[in-house]
Design a protein around this ligand. Structure first.
Ligand SMILES: *[C@@H]1O[C@H](CO)[C@@H](O)[C@H](O)[C@H]1NC(C)=O
Ligand SMILES: *[C@@H]1O[C@H](CO)[C@@H](O)[C@H](O)[C@H]1NC(C)=O
Ligand SMILES: *[C@@H]1O[C@H](CO)[C@@H](O)[C@H](O)[C@H]1NC(C)=O
Ligand SMILES: *[C@@H]1O[C@H](CO)[C@@H](O)[C@H](O)[C@H]1NC(C)=O
Length: 138
């Protein structure tokens, strides 16, 4: 059931495109399960995160670190919790978007929280919000 919760517009499609291009075998269902095992966040948090990248209680470090784990394993994030522009550019190209990832998601790079896993969570939440606003326009 895990993969139903994956970011609908973002990660799921990204994985499909990604695999069709260079066959890097990123298995989103496995990533989701592994991160849930390591960081057993509440069902509510996981469903919310999978839907729109937001967790209900942002003080919940387990839920934040689930996001951190998920972001790093999907290569959306680098090891320091920053956005991976290679991956984001790939997503943009997959949607035939003209602007570069930096133009689109550049504003997502301003959070530099020292709270555990917060930077990763905020980076992903911002990407999810940005993608949601793009798909509302379309
Ligand atoms: C997370 O893992 C628990 C325990 O294995 C499982 O019961 C639950 O369904 C999983 N939650 C999600 C959203 O994948
Ligand atoms: C994200 O989804 C959750 C679960 O449906 C919802 O409670 C929350 O309000 C949503 N947040 C945003 C910013 O859309
Ligand atoms: C989260 O933590 C901050 C700082 O510790 C605190 O001010 C805030 O009230 C907390 N929020 C919730 C929802 O617990
Ligand atoms: C960024 O993601 C790509 C795959 O899209 C990966 O090959 C690369 O190692 C990642 N870079 C960093 C710094 O994590």
């Amino acid at each position: 059931m895990f993969y139903f919760y994956a970011f609908t517009l973002c990660c799921l499609l990204w994985v499909l495109f990604h695999c069709s291009v260079n066959c890097v075998d990123i298995d989103i269902e496995t990533i989701w399960r592994e991160c849930n095992e390591t960081f057993p966040a509440s069902e509510e948090s996981l469903i919310s995160f999978g839907k729109n990248g937001t967790i209900p209680d942002e003080n919940d470090s387990t839920a934040r670190c689930f996001a951190d784990c998920y972001g790093k394993k999907t290569t959306m994030l680098t090891s320091d919790g920053s956005l991976n522009w290679t991956t984001l550019d790939f997503i943009m190209r997959s949607y035939n978007m003209k602007p570069t990832a930096t133009e689109t998601f550049g504003k997502c790079q301003k959070d530099t929280s020292n709270v555990e896993c917060m930077k990763s969570y905020l980076s992903l939440r911002c990407v999810a919000e940005t993608i949601a606003s793009l798909s509302n326009i379309r």
